[in-house]
Design a protein around this ligand. Structure first.
Ligand code: FES
Ligand code: FES
Length: 162
């Protein structure tokens, strides 16, 4: 029988205690706790649908063991933007039609958020590299790249206006 351990994580600003066996991934543990905004795709690190920010860095939660994130901060798509004030990335995905079926969108925005936190003026090549681990079956990627460029412009304009 698998040994269980209690871990504490902060998810989107909320303290969460998880009791998990050694083999459970962060993806499984958080979806079990109703964080179903984290999408489950390939479960082997190929699609990026399950991406979350772990202490600010993007990771595939399907490749991350829950035991390894004890004491960490996790940000899901729901922790990006606030009620009544969407993140520029979320606005840009809507404006450009970059979310079609939407299954890849949480992971795409998580990966893009990490990029734009570090670099608010990325080139197209930098965007393609940052989203290289995220697959989309619907859009052909062009609108997604447009959305990230638009969001970056919005963030720069907001910064200049502040
Ligand atoms: S579900 Fe994690 S990378 Fe595909
Ligand atoms: S919008 Fe459908 S998979 Fe990307």
């Amino acid at each position: 029988m698998s040994k269980e351990k209690s871990i504490n994580v902060n998810v989107n600003g909320k303290a969460v205690e998880l009791v998990v066996p050694a083999h459970r991934t962060l993806l499984e543990a958080l979806r079990h706790e109703s964080f179903v905004e984290i999408k489950c795709g390939c479960e082997k690190g190929d699609c990026g649908a399950c991406a979350v920010l772990l202490d600010g860095e993007p990771v595939d939660s399907c490749l991350t063991l829950a035991w390894h994130v004890d004491g960490c901060e996790v940000t899901t798509i729901k922790g990006i933007g606030q009620p009544g004030k969407a993140d520029p990335l979320q606005e840009a995905f809507i404006e450009t039609g970059a979310a079609q079926c939407g299954y890849c969108t949480p992971g795409m925005i998580v990966a893009a958020k990490s990029l734009l936190t570090d670099n608010q003026n990325p080139s197209l090549a930098e965007i393609k590299r940052a989203l290289g681990g995220n697959l989309c079956r619907c859009t052909g990627y062009t609108r997604i790249f447009e959305a990230v460029l638009l969001a970056a412009r919005k963030m720069r304009e907001e910064g200049e206006a502040a």
